[in-house]
Design a protein around this ligand. Sequence first.
Ligand code: ATP
Ligand code: MG
Length: 437
Amino acid sequence: MPIPEGWKRSHFSADIKPSIKGEKVTVLGMVLSVRKQGGLCFVILQDRYGTLQVTAHKDRTEPQVFERLTGLKAHSYIGVKGVVKAIEKAPRGAEVEVDDLYVFSEPKRLPPFDMFAKTLPSLDKRLEIRAVDLRRPTAQAVFKIRHQVLQAIRSFLVEKGFIEVNTPKIIGSATEGGAALFPLLYYDKEAFLAQSPQLYKEQLSSAFERVFEIGPVFRAEKFKTPRHLSEITSVDVEMAFADYEDVMKLLEEMIHRAITDVLDKCSEELKALEIELEKPRLPLKRLTYNEAYKTLKKLDVEVSWGEDFSTPALRKLGELNPGFYFITDWPTVSKPFYIKPREDNPRLSESFDLMHGSLELASGGSRVSSRDLLARRLRRQGLNPKLFEYHLRVYEYGMPPHAGFGLGLERFMMAITGISNIREVTLFPRDQTRLTP
Ligand code: ATP
Ligand code: MG
């Protein structure tokens, strides 16, 4: 059924201001709450831009309209025609006084949580009806911030001359080894879901110099943690004629820009989530792996040189370094084959992780650009160069020096919002036990 005649929206909630008092408007949205107080009825309506107070006076509104309005349940989708009134006590300093009402839909049942509740049922319960859970203003705030972060990252990279690309998510062979892949049936062959656009973005840096991709990556993670999912959104960047110092600088500027834009444009959302966000001071602290290793060793935290830091070790590092910082110059053995060893000390590599406290947000580094070294590094890591023929072949035609990083968008959202479970900052999380909704 088309939207009935006369019931198209004229204003969003955000447009209802004291400055347009007296104007006739048509607002549409979902009912968050209905409150009757004597001869008055207050409805909080939520639309794309937030909430709006809609009021009906028994003695001024048609009786059927008044009755219908007071009888509405939360989660009804309605249209209201009325006049804008400047009301100091109303949330926007203005409200709409109802003349006419149209009910698009009414709920058959109500969710087991209130839209403004401070204590909520478990996340698992809410995920069963995630889209309904996402109607809560605080849940919306998280994803409006995420939207702003994406906008900021895109504009920033485009301003720096990067072009946005999309690479295949169905791939024929493992890109990196290590992280477990999801196999799938591709016609009559085995294929995999891509665990990262790594090799494609490197190849593309030889053609376009500066590329980025914001897209899904898939990891069959064996462990259950509040910071791992099976499907995430990765912000991948690759840059020719650059080394790890250059891309660390790019990455810190990128997160600075994202946070600045969130502060500028999401003040309501930050307030709703009670977040006190601060711009990081640049340049971020850079800690070498060896420095971190020695500090941990001195504190009797178990560390094994050449390996990733364990969860307790990361927790300690997080206590010592709250906020954003880099861990650089990782042992070459701890990093994938495409990471470039340092020329002055090949046991260490030109690599970095961006951290927020104990949480890893991004990994990056200078890449190997020589075909022969790449093949040697593959073999040394127990991978079969034959499977990477399609990749090595490109290097035979020449390859510029290049560097890049992959930033986990959900992890970055955890850092910005302070939310400790990655599922809360993901619309429809995928993990070992969840494949729906
Ligand atoms: P971790 O050690 O935390 O498992 P990783 O080193 O295996 O991460 P990378 O391969 O370096 O991950 O991927 C780049 C970024 O992608 C990470 O820094 C992180 O932000 C994000 N990321 C990787 N795997 C996951 C996952 N399973 N869930 C959420 N984010 C992830
Ligand atoms: Mg990593």
